[in-house]
Design a protein around this ligand. Sequence first.
Ligand SMILES: C[S@@+](CC[C@H](N)C(=O)[O-])C[C@H]1O[C@@H](n2cnc3c(N)ncnc32)[C@H](O)[C@@H]1O
Length: 260
Amino acid sequence: MTTQPSTHAQSVNNQFDPQAAAYLASPVHAAGPDLARARELVAGVAQAGDVALDLGCGAGHLAFNLAPSFARMVALDASQGMLDTVRDAAAAKGLGNIVTELAAAEDLPFADGRFAVTATRYSAHHWGHVAKAMQAMRRVTRPGGYVLVIDIESSMIPLVDTHIQSFEFLRDHSHVRDYTGGEWRALFAAAGIELIEHALWPTRMEFVSWVERMRTPPDKIRMIRALQLQAPQEVRDALAIEEDGSFTLQTGLFWGRVAG
Ligand SMILES: C[S@@+](CC[C@H](N)C(=O)[O-])C[C@H]1O[C@@H](n2cnc3c(N)ncnc32)[C@H](O)[C@@H]1O
């Protein structure tokens, strides 16, 4: 019998805790042009002694890329399994300045203005309260500091957006929402963070590894394939849906500054 999670946070934990090794090995997460741009952006603003935060660090790929620019990098996640993997992988990479913290993005256990840069990658679409988490990111970023958000960016076309959210939710019931560029602009503005840069890259999801990473049950895989086969031409074109179910989403990068 399947255990029913009682809260969204528990559902996220059930999904991710056993999957840390899969996320460490995932090519979608380990590489990507967004990581190169993120490294450039933080290297351009980091000063001696600065401390940075990666929220929803998963197996740690963003933290590994940003850590060399900072005196200390705090890798935060709601999953202890992910943090154990980050600790071991950081040691193996010789990144001695990474420390881990078990906490929720919405409830950050840090003093106001503690970080020069707060960053997150491929995690925000799981957050139960994204607006609250954005406020928390702004609070712990020092005046004049920077906020970096990288995540799957949904389509401004409602028909395409509905299909993206449906595929994602069937694949992983801890999925909340891939936000559109317009929604991210509104979230930055509401949190009082000035958006400075927005970039977008196509990201191909190879179907088999995409569902295996989240241990999607066979009945849900069949539902995703049925939705893909029935999808109207506009959706098949927008998502470049392939014969084996692989498809292409967009990775959005948002770089903002806290008034200082
Ligand atoms: C896909 S993984 C992150 C990938 C990683 N950032 C990278 O660059 O490879 C998503 C992570 O977000 C974490 N997460 C989801 N909701 C969270 C929340 N509200 N607070 C903190 N972590 C959360 C999950 O536990 C999971 O480890």
